[in-house]
Design a protein around this ligand. Structure first.
Ligand SMILES: Nc1ncnc2c1ncn2[C@@H]1O[C@H](COP(=O)(O)OP(=O)(O)OP(=O)(O)O)[C@@H](O)[C@H]1O
Ligand SMILES: [Mg+2]
Length: 276
């Protein structure tokens, strides 16, 4: 029985109903699916409604990421569990898929180590920023996922994860997908996003690569910024963790999952190994 981990990007351009219909088809064909999601647009909208300021940090490499203070951690948790996840659960239910929503806090699913201090560049100077409630995933226990899958249910997973001191931590959703796919020994990790795949040139949608070889030294050879840069790091973790097939593909098209499984988008491999 094949196991697919499907990461659904948070862009409103993703065809969620089409994706859920594909999940129903995979299940009907005997496959098992775990859905992982982020929620960047829901987080921004809810923060605006609640009057919580969104702060971003610029890393010394020039990439931006969210600064998660205590108020933002609450917003993030509320947006994931109160908006992004219910939307997916309703769409899966409408497609006939019995789905169950979880975060990394459920039954020890995802544990993270807090990033104690983060380096950020402000006004041209590198400073150390503290008070950030985000972390790096250090362990994934797939027991609860297996229980649900064995009962014929489709888990829908998102951040936060459980920190070492018993408090929630923000973690990157792509890395959640990588950790879950690794822990479940999934056959395939599929990252559906609002781009046709990995682009040689981020501004040119026709420059999609059929296969992208992640360099073994971690230096990325394509012009990947922000979201795609982070995604490729997560893909690297999944491949290193033993997931045999990882693809980045377009979630904005019809039949997005089947199109990707039939070769649309980009197959990512490490150092030129043939995709299995
Ligand atoms: N070389 C590249 N190839 C493809 N996309 C790129 C590249 N460089 C930058 N991008 C941008 O990265 C985006 C994907 O990352 P992003 O984090 O925004 O989405 P996501 O991970 O699918 O969703 P979410 O973060 O909400 O879970 C693309 O939509 C594109 O705009
Ligand atoms: Mg992203």
């Amino acid at each position: 029985m094949s196991m697919t981990v499907l990461k659904c990007g948070g862009s409103e351009a993703i065809k969620v109903a089409e994706m859920c219909a594909d999940v129903a088809r995979l299940r009907a064909a005997g496959g098992q699916v775990v859905v992982v999601h982020g929620g960047a647009s829901d987080i921004s909208r809810l923060a605006g409604q609640l009057g919580v300021r969104c702060r971003r940090l610029v890393s010394p490499l020039g990439f931006t990421s969210r600064y998660t203070d205590a108020a933002m951690l609450d917003v993030l948790t509320l947006a994931m569990t109160g908006r992004a996840k219910p939307r997916l659960l309703l769409a899966l239910t409408a497609a006939g898929v019995p789905a169950v929503g979880l975060t990394g806090l459920d039954a020890g699913l995802l544990r993270a180590a807090r990033k104690k201090a983060r380096r950020a560049v402000r006004d041209g100077r590198t400073t150390v920023v503290r008070g950030d409630h985000s972390g790096r995933i250090v362990a994934a226990d797939p027991t609860v996922l297996r229980v649900l899958l064995n009962a014929g249910l489709t888990p829908v997973v998102s951040p936060p994860a459980l920190g070492e001191h018993g408090a929630p931590l923000n973690v990157d959703a792509d890395r959640v997908a990588a950790a879950v796919a690794t822990a479940l020994r999934a056959d395939c990790l599929l990252m559906l996003t609002a781009a046709p795949g990995v682009l040689r040139d981020a501004r040119d949608e026709t420059s999609v690569l059929k296969q992208y070889e992640l360099p073994d030294d971690g230096e990325l050879g394509v012009a990947a910024s922000d979201g795609m840069y982070r995604k490729l790091i997560a893909v690297y973790e999944a491949l290193r963790g033993g997931v045999p097939q990882v693809r980045v593909a377009d979630g904005r098209r019809s039949r997005p999952v089947y199109a990707a499984l039939r070769g649309a988008g980009t197959a990512v491999v490490i150092g030129g190994a043939a995709p299995s």
